[in-house]
Ligand binder design. Structure first.
Ligand code: CNA
Length: 377
């Protein structure tokens, strides 16, 4: 990986990014950088869908905790998503699907924020680890669902593909869905990447191209425990500002070199960490930027909320002085949320309350979850 160091010969876009990186201590600094950004690369995970009623994996009330209460004999909850275990007995997986995916969730505020970035021609790419298809439902087309999608299922024998929605009645009835071809009857497995399966080559090809174009990285709602997606932040050139929006603090995963040893020297810290609920944080960001979130299907609920406005209107996305302008009628209504700064952690801001001591479920909090095969970058 080639890292760009500060020097008088660096291109203007790189110097701008270096400057932005060095000046990101407040939310306003970040909003200023975001307004100027033209190619935002987003890495997202299960946290952006929690408010849609889909639990994540590793939080204390996440799917791994649910699996521990199921009647299974797995040595680890992760085994439920291991392809080898699925081949032996797909029943526990479909039992979980019944509990978690049987409703019809709508996109979250964060999904709509990502659509907004796309509408503003700022989104370079969304690398989502989610399989729920809610990016699609929100209209985000510049999304790579790195771990596949639950929307379709394929027969494990003859590869017949069917929409998973057509199987939900069977799954809800507690029956394992099988292929409709009489001479086949193979198990129909949702087209998601299980642990032990390879990601599509398309993911690494796309990341390799995008890393040289991105001017800002946002990491939202992921524990960054699953490789290779977890390696994306460490793979981007070091001058690109990197910002986390999450409930738990993150460190960058160390990049492995070709001889599988972690690369030495690279910083594992992000430039700015915004800790709290991602929906609440993106609302604050939009309010400050004067951006209107696209309406959700469920817009009645939003319009009924009595919220303080923090919107600030500005004529140009490149306007450095946007925060000194007078607010025009608010575009985005955001709850007034307390933003907590920390003297000992200048690059961490907490929203609502202090989240610095938030932890994932202890059993899944280790840093060595290389469950999905890594890319060769
Ligand atoms: P994870 O390891 O469970 O991490 C989720 C992260 O999101 C944690 O750091 C949480 O602190 C954070 N988080 C939870 N709620 C919020 C919130 N409201 N606001 C901000 N942050 C929040 O899940 P990852 O995505 O990191 O792991 C990748 C796995 C999870 C992929 O293979 C997915 O397929 C898999 N997964 C996907 C879904 C889905 O599609 N919705 C659900 C559950 C698991």
């Amino acid at each position: 990986m080639q890292c760009v160091q500060g020097s008088s010969n660096v291109p203007a876009s790189v110097s701008a990014a270096l400057l932005a990186k060095s000046k990101m201590g407040t939310l306003k600094d970040f909003v200023r950088v975001l307004r100027k950004a033209k190619k935002v690369l987003v890495v997202a995970g299960a946290g952006i869908s929690v408010s849609c009623g889909i639990p994540d994996f590793r939080s204390k009330d996440g799917i791994y905790a649910m699996i521990e209460h199921m009647d299974t004999h797995f040595p680890e909850p992760e085994c439920l998503f291991q392809i080898e275990y699925f081949r032996q007995d797909p029943a526990p997986f479909f039992q979980l699907v019944r509990n978690v995916f049987a409703h019809s969730p709508a996109p979250s505020t964060t999904h709509r924020f990502l659509k907004l970035l796309q509408d503003k021609h700022k989104l370079l790419r969304l690398y989502s680890q989610n399989i729920d298809g809610l990016e699609d439902a929100a209209g985000v087309t510049k999304c790579i669902p790195c771990h596949g999608s639950f929307a379709w299922s394929s027969c494990m024998r003859c590869k017949l593909r069917v929409p998973t929605s057509s199987l939900m009645d069977v799954i809800r009835a507690g029956v394992i869905p099988t292929c409709s071809n009489d001479d086949c009857r193979g198990v129909l497995k949702p087209d998601i990447t299980f642990f032990g399966e390879l990601l599509s080559d398309h993911v690494s090809t796309s990341v390799t191209k995008d890393r040289l174009q991105a001017d800002l990285l946002l990491v939202i709602g992921t524990s960054l425990k699953v490789s290779p997606v977890a390696e994306i932040p460490g793979f981007l050139p070091s001058h690109i500002p990197q910002v986390v929006i999450n409930k738990t603090a993150l460190k960058k995963k160390k990049l492995k070199t070709n001889n599988k040893k972690p690369a030495a020297g690279a910083s594992r810290e992000f430039d700015l960490t915004l800790l709290g609920d991602c929906d609440e944080i993106v609302e604050q960001i939009c309010g400050l930027a004067g951006w209107d979130l696209p309406r959700s299907l469920n817009s009645e609920r939003e319009s009924s909320s009595s919220l303080d406005a923090v919107a600030i209107e500005s004529s140009s996305e490149d306007d450095d002085d946007f925060e000194s302008r007078r607010p025009t009628p608010p575009q985005t209504k955001a709850k007034a949320v307390r933003v907590i700064e920390h003297a000992d952690k200048p690059n961490v801001l907490c929203f609502g309350e202090c989240h610095c001591s938030n932890r994932l479920d202890d059993r899944h909090n280790d840093d060595n979850d290389d469950a999905t095969s890594g890319f060769v970058w």
